[in-house]
Design a protein around this ligand. Structure first.
Ligand code: NAD
Ligand code: DAU
Length: 374
């Protein structure tokens, strides 16, 4: 008999956001068994979870979400009653060069997970009572907002007084542009369809860009911090005018915890920090911060900025209205952007070994070191 109060599977737990969610749940809820389920693609790194790997309520399941039979067997044998689904192919540029991988994992993988949850939970006497399938999605499903910023204003700082009251809300139309966002949009539709058709107790959240420790250095912030440190060119797409809305990853993890426990079934919540920045301004802040922390002359590395051909179909602006989440569940971001960026840059500078292991591919041997041969 299980001694745990609940058993929760967190898919994609070895990735960037997933490891913060796993850490939060393992430490905050010793009464829950937390199973990190991950296929360990190039983006999954068990070293991200080294500090919780020995906790008694933590388990790792090396599985692909597309493997329906294996997922169903895990749900059954471990009596899983909650699923927090983060596993995905997540990088827009990769989706442009290999869209099939995104359809496979994000669409078929999500469908296989939904069907496994439905099959197992419907077989129980209590059926869906006390169960929860929480799907983590992105603001990119809503497409792109216009850049209405008055000349020069965004350079001062972020926020909605700069761009006006034009946000993605929970009822915004789905209008994905990239293969990545199209695959996430499709997965969101499947999740809602499983609620509406079978009564599966689902929740969907759509979050803005996350930043913080353990992000794979193909994404803007860790890639550029590493390049500045090593004085490599910083490839800014187009004119660097695109706007993203940045949220510190631990604030996202806190929102996920709150919504998993208190969110209403069948609801959608947007998550974001009202923190918009033009890419080029982020790049300047990163250069300034890295230079200062490394004792270089401030701004010495501005000449690394290299404008390159724009990303295909590059969305102009994302901005999330998270007031529903604030109003209904009382969530607010805890960190000011300046503090979050300072912490983030310090973390990457202090964890050069982590970055080196990732950039050399050494991290892929971590599984064998932890668990023996695959
Ligand atoms: P990530 O790429 O860092 O991590 C993805 C994880 O999923 C990796 O550990 C990988 O090994 C695992 N994975 C991939 N394919 C799998 C499969 N077939 N089976 C099992 N595991 C698999 O991604 P992230 O940035 O942490 O994003 C996590 C989730 O949050 C994604 O669903 C993404 O769409 C969403 N999201 C991300 C952001 C962001 O800014 N990073 C913002 C909003 C929403
Ligand atoms: O909005 C949420 C999304 O944020 C998540 O759903 C995605 O999983 C996540 O990857 C992220 O998508 P973006 O495309 O916004 O993130 P990325 O870090 O790739 O790029 C941020 C911005 O910086 C974007 O406008 C493209 C630009 N960029 C990116 C890279 C990697 C550059 O100018 N140069 C670069 O080398």
């Amino acid at each position: 008999m299980d001694t745990y109060k609940r058993t929760i599977v967190i898919t994609g737990g070895a990735g960037f956001i997933g490891n913060h969610v796993v850490r939060l749940f393992v430490n905050k809820y010793p009464e829950y068994r937390i199973i990190c389920l991950d296929a360990l693609t190039y983006a999954g790194n068990l070293a991200n979870l080294a500090d919780v790997a020995d906790k008694p309520n933590y388990e790792f399941a090396h599985l692909d979400i597309c493997d329906f039979d294996a997922i169903l067997a895990l749900l059954r044998t471990k009596h899983v009653d909650g699923i927090i689904h983060l596993a995905a192919e997540s990088h827009v540029d990769r989706s442009i060069s290999d869209p099939f991988a995104f359809a496979r994992t994000n669409v078929l993988g999500t469908l296989s997970l939904l069907q496994a949850a439905r099959t197992y939970w419907e077989s129980l006497p209590e059926k869906y009572e006390g169960k929860r399938f929480y799907h983590i999605s992105t603001d990119e499903v809503y497409g792109a907002l216009a850049l209405t910023c008055p000349e020069g204003k965004a350079a001062e700082f972020s926020a909605h007084e700069v761009y006006g009251d034009d946000f993605f809300v929970e009822t915004s139309k789905y209008a994905p542009h990239s293969p990545y966002s199209a695959s996430k949009a499709s997965s969101d539709h499947f999740v809602r369809a499983f609620h509406d058709t079978y009564g599966l107790p689902t929740i969907v959240t759509n979050c803005s860009n996350n930043y913080g420790p353990y992000q794979f250095p193909e994404k803007l912030i860790p890639l550029f911090i590493n390049n500045i440190r090593h004085r490599k060119p910083l490839p800014v797409y187009g004119k660097g005018e695109n706007v993203r809305d940045w949220l510190y990853v631990e604030d996202h993890a806190r929102a996920i915890d709150l919504i998993f426990h208190k969110g209403k079934i069948a609801e959608t919540y947007n998550i974001g920090g009202f923190n918009e920045w033009k890419n080029i301004d982020i790049v300047r802040i990163l250069i300034k911060t890295v230079d200062r922390l490394l004792g270089r002359k401030e701004g010495e590395d501005l000449n690394l900025i290299t404008y390159v051909t724009d990303r295909l179909g590059h969305d102009a602006r994302y901005a999330i209205d998270s007031r529903k989440l604030q109003r209904e569940l009382g969530w607010e971001p805890s960190l000011q952007f300046e503090e979050g960026i300072e912490r983030t840059v310090r973390w990457y500078l202090d964890n050069q070994e982590w970055l080196d292991n990732v950039t050399t591919g050494e991290y892929q041997n971590y599984y064998e070191k932890m668990y023996g041969k695959r």
